[in-house]
Design a protein around this ligand. Sequence first.
Ligand SMILES: [Zn+2]
Length: 342
Amino acid sequence: MDTPTFERARLRVARELVGLSQKQLATRVGLTPAAISQFESGAARPSPETVAALSAVLTVPAGFFAQPVTQTHEGFFRSLRRTAVADRRRARAIAHVAHDLALAAAAADRFPAYDVPRIPSSGLEASLDEIENIAAHVRARWGVPPGPITDVVKLLEAHGVVVIRLPLNSTDVDAFSLPFADHPVVVLGSDKNDRARSRFDGTHELAHLVMHGEQIWGIKEVESQAHRFAAAFLLPADEIRDQLPTTVDWPRLFELKRYWQVSLAALLMRARTLNRMSESTYLTAVKAASARGWRRLEPVPLGPPEHPNNLLNFLASTASQPARAYLPTNIVNDIAAATVSA
Ligand SMILES: [Zn+2]
């Protein structure tokens, strides 16, 4: 009898879903850590009995290991550095399961085709004007009408990006993404409950998909480019420039926050980068906001964050049944639950 397919990359994903080290897993299945390591590196293949034991301990269906893997991604965690490593790996593993779901949905013709323009920035030295132009180009290419973006998550989903929300359990966690070539995954925190911030985070991740692709993220310049893209995408210069105050005009800024659905912090930063506000006016505003505790909790709440629907709709359909049979039920439920509760 043929040995069933064993996709080594899935062992690490399954292990990280339950937060076990190679050594801990080895103990639980009665093997040596070296054996686990060899299964993950591809140096050795587990017997069908061992696959059954691994699947029982890791609480994934045995069929999980047989599913093809085209890519895996390490993921870059912008603000997750202070998150426990195990939590970070678990979030990344869940994002891989979300990707599996998206592929199953796409195969059932229930996921939009991937259509994010790839426009690499010219490098770390790219001018801010160049970044503004790239953001404008993506808006134009997608036919986004002038004015505020109605729903950033919906826009990403409509262009084939997988978006999920997870409780990322950290005070400084924002978002991360895995740049799969077919359907990239963007993970947004579900524990912040801040619509403005979440919209900015989603757009920041879009920036990486457009400009940085597989490149290493996390370099200061790359992060500033993604921030600049997000600001330009959400607040196009030619539309927002004349609307922004030149003084610390809070009523005006509150009104703009409501209209554009972005944070006061983003508006102030935009006023500075577009030279509407002088450096000293900007600093006065930031200081005043900070003194009022607005850096933690801004006034003018915008309501609940946007929530993803694509995977949820797929999971609600019978077309998801084959995928449910090989994916870990609890993780699939977590993905669906965080999606609705966000
Ligand atoms: Zn980033």
